[in-house]
Design a protein around this ligand. Sequence first.
Ligand SMILES: [Mn+2]
Length: 359
Amino acid sequence: MIKLIHAADLHLDSPFAGLRPEQARQRRDEQRALLTRLADECNTRDCQLLLLAGDLFDGAHVYRDTVEALIEALGACRARVFIAPGNHDWLSPGSPYRTADWPENVHIFTSETIECVTLPELGCRVYGAGFCREHPGALLEGFSAEDDGLLNLMVLHGDPTGGAEYNPVTKQQIAASGLDYLALGHIHRGGQLREGRTLCAWPGCMMGRGFDECGEKGVYCVSLEPGRCEAERVPMGARQYEILEVRVGEDPLASILAALPEDATRDIYRIILTGESEGIDRAALEGALAGRFDALELIDRTQPPLSLWAAAEEDSLKGRFLAGLKARYEQAAPEDRETILLAARYGLSIFEGREVPPL
Ligand SMILES: [Mn+2]
């Protein structure tokens, strides 16, 4: 039986442009630290192969520290390593894939024509190709693997979800490939499908970089023998982005706390508040939640309780005042609504002879 780890879309040296420079540098350090984790995972599980399906680097600018960290981690793997460069790390003339000194156990596919390395000691062959430009066309079209009893694997960057821009991989091509395992990269949310005798999988990115890459990220651990192939998700323990929608009750803080997992201190949260409220005291909530997250973004989408507008129909000065604000509230952009609610509450307090709450 062959055991392998399949990872993709590491996007090392991402700029993390939305973060402060200090935080961005920390994230790039964390990306490099994941390389050690990847090598450990391979060695602990006694994997014979590590397949890296492209977008290892985020772009043409790669720090030397990063190349060194990657070389060190891959060199520490007892597995044979196969890399198929993708659209972000395509094989430009100055690419580290061409210029760096890679360890002996690492094979980089440097042609857009599918090539093959036979590993008789493992009873398999590993096919692969690499992007030599950003948009290489359909690399798998017309391919079929040798059929001679060896297990056939392929590592490739490409899109199995219908996108046409970056090496589209269709179900027909997968079925016709005759491969046992097709290790893809490109789609950042992991998934797998079976077509014909082939299991095709893409692990997604190894670490989320924004709210468009939420949830737990990781790699696949694949076990493979003639007639059987399974891919199991292995989380890599990186910091996570999460979006949580919380319907607030009487006490918004209590509602949020009840919705949180036990420990989110390393994670980056966007909490969207819904339901009814007379206005969310953002500063107080942020204060009360400080330290529970690496970073928190609060979005208030609550609606005012009906009673605030109850007198808007009245034929009185109070009624006209509320009706005017209510109309503006309904037209307002979400970020302006809090101010309008505040005006309504203050105005109502004055009309009703109550003490005006402090600003
Ligand atoms: Mn990618």
